[in-house]
Design a protein around this ligand. Structure first.
Ligand code: ATP
Ligand code: MG
Length: 780
C-alpha cells in the first residue's frame, strides 16, 4: 500500500496549481510540449476527489490512447490512495462504445453491435461498388472511405451530404455509396469507428433523457490533447458539458498533427469564443527536456506562421548537444543507430529508455532488422498489427458471427473457411432469400432447404454450418466459459486441424498466433468474470498495440512520430531526416501551405519527446516506393541553429552552402542528389563499426539476409525464432507433452533441412508429425 506523500499540490508550479483549483466553469490550458498539461489533468482529478469531495463517478477524463488512460488512472490512484478506478478515464471511442452498449436500441441497433475495422469497411465498400457498377479504377474504394469518414467527422448524414453535393457528379456517387454503406452496416448491426462517435451524438440529440443522464453523471469533464479533436468530438463534449459547464480542455496548437483525420485546430483556438467566461491558463515551463533539445524545438516551430506565439523555457541544464549524421543509405543509418544504442547501453542506459521514431511505418522494417542483427531487444509499435493477421481475423470473425448472427459480412468471411464446398453462387442465393424474407444470411442458412434452386447437397452443407454456429451459441447460453468455447470452435470448425494438416512453417506460425489469441481469451476471462463474448470483442476492437506498451519490457521502442505523441523517453532517435521523407513528399508538393506546417508540428512533437539526448539522422539514398531515391537533408535540420549540434562547424558549413545555392533543387524537381553537401560533416564512427564505410550499400543487407531471419514479427512482444540447430532433448520412445495434443510417445525423430521433424503418437489424437522447434514438446 503506497501513499503519495507529497500532497496533491506538491510537484506543481503556481500556474499548474491554479489550473487544479479552478473547479467551476470552463477552463482552457494552452501550453507547449512537456509543460505538464497531462500532469495537471491527473492532479486535478485527484484534487476534485480529495479536496472538493467530488464523487469519482462524476468525473470524466478523455485521453488520446487507452494507454494514457490507464496511466492516468494509476497515477490518480497513487495520489489519492483509492477510488480512482471509479473515475471514468477513457478515449472517445471507448467512452462511446460503453454508452452505446447501453442505449444502442434507442437508435435502432442491437446492443451487441459489431465494430468494423478498416478492412471490414473496405470490403463493404467494395461490394457496394460492385453492385452499383462503379469502376474502382476511376473511383477507388479508399476515396469513398475517406469521403464517408470526413462526412461523419462533420456530423453530416447521408441525406445531408446528398443535399449539399447535388451539383457535383463524383460527390453524388459518394452520396449514393454513403447511403448504401450506412444501410448495410445497420442491416449487419455494425458500426465503424467513426460511427461510434457519430451514433453517440445522434443518440444524445434524439434522446434528451439519455443525454441528461450522462450530463448528470459527468459533472466534471477533462479532455487531454484537445488540439487533435475533430468537429464531432467537439460536439459531443459540448453536449455533455452543457448543463454544468465544468469543462477543462488542455492542448497545444503546435502539436496538432491529425488534420488528415479531421482534427480541427480551431476547436482549441475558438474555445474562448465558445465559452466566453473561460479561464485561460498558459504553462510556460518545460520539465521534460534539457536546454539544447528545447531550444531546437522552439527554433523549428518558430518557422510556422499563424501560430500563437509561446515561449517555453526550462531551468534544466543545456545538457548534451544534438547529434546529426547523414549516412549513405538507410541500412547504414540503421547500423549507426544500433551502434549508438549499444554504446548507450554500455554506459548503463536501459533499452527501455530509448525510442526510435520515424515518419513512415515502412521505415520500421530496416530499423527493426538492424536491431535483430545487433541483438538489441526491441518492439515495433503500430506495425503489422497482430489483430490484422489472417488467422486472427478468421477466428475473430467466427466469434463475431457467434456474437451477432445478423452480420452478413462475417458470415461470408467464415462460411467457407475452411473450405466446405459452399460457392459464391450458392451464397448469392442465400443472400437473395435472406433479403426477400428480411432475414440475416445466418437465419437464411438455417432454412437453406427452403431456398429455391439450391441442390440438396449444398443446402445440406449450408444448414450444417448454421447448426454448427448455433451449437456454439448454445454453449455460451448454457454458461460455458469463453475459453472452452474458443477451443471448441477451433476444433469443430476444422480450422485448427486444417492448419495442422498443412504442416508448413507458415501454418505452424498461424497456430502459434491462434494460441496467442487463446491466451488473450483466458486472460480476459480471468480478469472479467461477469463479461461475455460481446465485451471481449469490444476490448479487441479498441486496443491498439500501443496500449500494451509496458515499462516492464526492457526493449527499445520503435514507432512513428504520430504514435509518440504525449510520450517521453530519455533518449530519442529520429531517423529519415530527409526532405521528401520528413517533411513528406506529399506535403512538399501540396498547394496547401498548412501541409508543410503540419509536418513541422510533427517535427516539434518528435523533438520534444526527448528528455536527455536527441539523435537525428538522414540517409543520402533510400528505397522509396520501389525506387532508390537520393534526398537532401531535411529542411527541419537546417532550421535548428548549428550551435546546438555536436559538430557545430560542419552544420554551419552546411547552412552556408545552402544559402549560396541559388536554386532550391526541390523546386526544380531533381530526383538525384548532387551530393553538394559532401561528406564534411558526415559522422565518422568513433567506435569502428562494421559497415559504415562500405562501398556497396546493399552488401550489408544481402549478408544479413543470409543469416536467416526470424519467421515472424514478434507477437505480443514474444520473439519467435526457429532454432536451427538445437537438438531436442527427447528421443524415440520418450513420453512427451504437447500444449494442445496432450501426452504421447515419440515414434520418430529425423533431422530435416532446417529443423528436426518429430513424429508423435498422441494418446488423445493419434499420430502427428511436426517441426521440433514449433512443437515445443516437453518430456513428461
Ligand atoms: P505533451 O505536450 O508532450 O503531452 P505535457 O504538457 O502533457 O506534454 P506532461 O507529460 O504532463 O507534459 O509533463 C512532462 C514531464 O514533466 C513529465 O515527466 C512530468 O512528470 C514532468 N512535470 C510536469 N510538471 C512538473 C512539475 N511541476 N515539476 C516537476 N516535473 C513536472
Ligand atoms: Mg500530455
Amino acid at each position: 500500500f503506497f501513499i503519495y506523500t507529497g500532497g496533491i499540490m506538491a510537484g506543481l508550479n503556481d500556474m499548474q496549481q491554479q489550473a487544479c483549483e479552478h473547479v467551476d466553469g470552463p477552463l482552457l490550458i494552452l501550453a507547449g510540449a512537456g509543460s505538464g498539461k497531462t500532469r495537471v489533468i491527473t492532479h486535478r482529478v485527484a484534487y476534485l476527489m480529495d479536496h472538493e469531495g467530488v464523487n469519482p463517478l462524476n468525473i470524466l477524463a478523455i485521453t488520446f490512447t487507452n494507454k494514457a488512460a490507464r496511466e492516468m488512472r494509476d497515477r490518480v490512484d497513487l495520489i489519492v490512495g483509492e477510488g480512482a478506478d471509479r473515475v471514468w478515464v477513457s478515449t472517445f471511442h471507448s467512452l462511446c462504445v460503453r454508452i452505446l452498449r447501453r442505449y444502442a436500441d434507442k437508435i435502432g441497433y442491437e446492443k451487441n453491435f459489431d465494430i468494423y475495422d478498416s478492412d471490414d469497411q473496405k470490403s463493404t465498400v467494395k461490394s457496394i461498388l460492385k453492385d452499383f457498377q462503379i469502376d474502382p479504377k476511376r473511383y477507388p474504394e479508399k476515396m469513398f472511405m475517406s469521403e464517408i469518414s470526413k462526412a461523419k467527422e462533420k456530423y453530416m448524414s447521408p441525406d445531408e451530404f446528398a443535399r449539399r453535393n447535388a451539383a457535383d457528379y463524383a460527390a453524388t456517387k459518394v452520396a449514393e455509396v454513403y447511403t448504401e454503406y450506412q444501410g448495410r452496416l445497420k442491416k449487419n448491426n455494425a458500426m465503424d469507428f467513426d460511427d461510434l462517435i457519430y451514433k453517440t451524438v445522434e443518440l444524445f440529440e434524439h434522446n434528451p433523457d439519455v443525454l441528461d443522464t450522462y450530463q448528470n453523471r459527468f459533472r466534471y469533464i477533462m479532455v487531454d490533447e484537445y488540439q487533435d479533436t475533430n468537429h464531432i468530438q467537439f460536439l459531443m463534449v459540448k453536449m455533455l458539458a452543457r448543463k454544468y459547464r465544468n469543462l477543462c480542455v488542455v492542448g497545444d496548437d503546435d502539436q496538432s498533427i491529425y488534420k488528415f483525420r479531421g482534427a480541427n485546430i480551431t476547436n482549441i483556438l475558438n474555445f474562448e469564443k465558445e465559452y466566453e467566461d473561460a479561464k485561460v491558463i498558459k504553462l510556460e515551463q518545460n520539465y521534460r527536456s534539457c536546454g539544447n533539445i528545447l531550444a531546437a524545438a522552439n527554433a523549428v516551430i518558430q518557422h510556422n506562421e499563424g501560430r500563437k506565439d509561446k515561449a517555453l523555457w526550462t531551468d534544466q541544464d543545456a545538457g548534451e548537444k544534438i547529434s546529426f549524421d547523414q549516412c549513405d543509405t538507410e541500412y547504414a543509418e540503421g547500423d549507426l543507430v544500433a551502434s549508438r544504442i549499444k554504446t548507450l547501453v554500455r554506459q548503463g542506459v536501459g533499452y527501455r529508455d530509448i525510442a526510435i521514431l520515424y515518419r513512415t511505418n515502412a521505415q520500421s522494417r530496416v530499423l527493426g532488422e538492424k536491431m535483430v542483427y545487433a541483438n538489441i531487444p526491441y518492439r515495433v509499435y503500430g506495425g503489422t498489427n497482430f489483430y490484422a493477421r489472417k488467422e486472427i481475423k478468421d477466428v475473430l470473425a467466427y466469434l463475431k458471427v457467434i456474437n451477432n448472427t445478423t452480420d452478413n459480412l462475417y458470415f461470408r468471411r467464415v462460411v467457407n473457411v475452411p473450405k466446405r464446398g459452399i460457392g459464391e453462387a450458392s451464397l448469392s442465393k442465400v443472400e437473395s432469400f435472406a433479403d426477400a424474407y428480411g432475414l440475416s444470411m445466418m437465419d437464411a442458412a438455417a432454412r437453406a432447404d427452403e431456398i429455391p434452386g439450391m441442390a440438396v447437397k449444398t443446402s445440406g452443407k449450408i444448414k450444417q454450418f448454421a447448426t454448427l454456429i448455433q451449437s456454439f451459441r448454445d454453449m455460451l447460453q448454457d454458461g460455458e466459459s469463453l475459453d472452452a468455447v474458443y477451443d471448441r470452435i477451433l476444433e469443430d470448425t476444422g480450422y485448427e486441424s486444417e492448419l495442422i494438416a498443412e504442416h508448413t512453417e507458415e501454418s505452424m506460425t498461424r497456430l502459434e498466433n491462434i494460441d496467442e489469441l487463446r491466451n488473450k481469451v483466458v486472460e480476459f476471462v480471468d480478469e472479467n468474470e461477469e463479461a461475455g463474448l460481446s465485451e471481449f470483442l469490444e476490448e479487441i476492437a479498441l486496443v491498439s498495440d500501443l496500449d500494451s506498451m509496458s515499462e516492464d519490457d526492457n526493449q527499445v521502442k520503435l514507432m512513428t512520430l504520430h504514435s509518440a505523441k504525449g510520450l517521453e523517453f530519455p533518449y530519442v532517435f529520429i531517423c529519415g531526416m530527409e526532405d521528401r521523407v520528413f517533411p513528406s513528399g506529399m506535403a512538399l508538393n501540396s498547394d496547401d501551405p498548412d501541409a508543410l506546417e503540419e509536418e513541422r508540428r510533427l517535427c516539434y512533437v518528435g523533438i520534444t519527446r526527448a528528455m536527455k539526448k536527441l539523435y537525428l539522422s538522414a540517409a543520402r539514398e533510400r528505397m522509396m516506393h520501389g525506387n532508390r531515391i537520393s534526398s537532401d537533408v531535411s529542411r527541419f535540420i537546417r532550421e535548428i541553429p548549428p550551435l546546438l549540434f555536436e559538430h557545430e562547424a560542419d552544420m554551419r558549413n552546411m547552412a552556408k552552402r545552402r544559402e549560396t545555392e541559388s536554386v532550391d533543387r526541390y523546386n526544380r524537381g531533381d530526383l538525384y542528389s548532387d551530393s553538394s553537401y559532401g561528406s564534411s560533416y558526415n559522422y565518422k564512427p568513433r567506435t569502428p563499426g562494421k559497415e559504415y564505410g562500405q562501398k556497396n550499400p546493399y552488401s550489408s543487407y544481402a549478408r544479413q539476409k543470409s543469416y536467416g531471419q526470424p519467421s515472424t514479427q514478434p507477437a505480443f512482444g514474444k520473439a519467435f525464432v526457429v532454432s536451427a540447430s538445437g537438438k531436442p532433448d527427447y528421443e524415440v520412445g520418450d513420453r512427451v507433452r504437447h500444449i494442445k495434443f496432450g501426452v504421447g510417445t515419440v515414434e520418430n525423430l529425423e533431422k530435416g533441412d532446417k529443423d528436426y521433424e518429430v513424429t508423435v503418437n498422441f494418446d488423445r489424437c493419434g499420430v502427428r508429425k511436426m517441426f521440433a522447434s514449433f512443437a515445443k514438446l516437453k518430456k513428461s
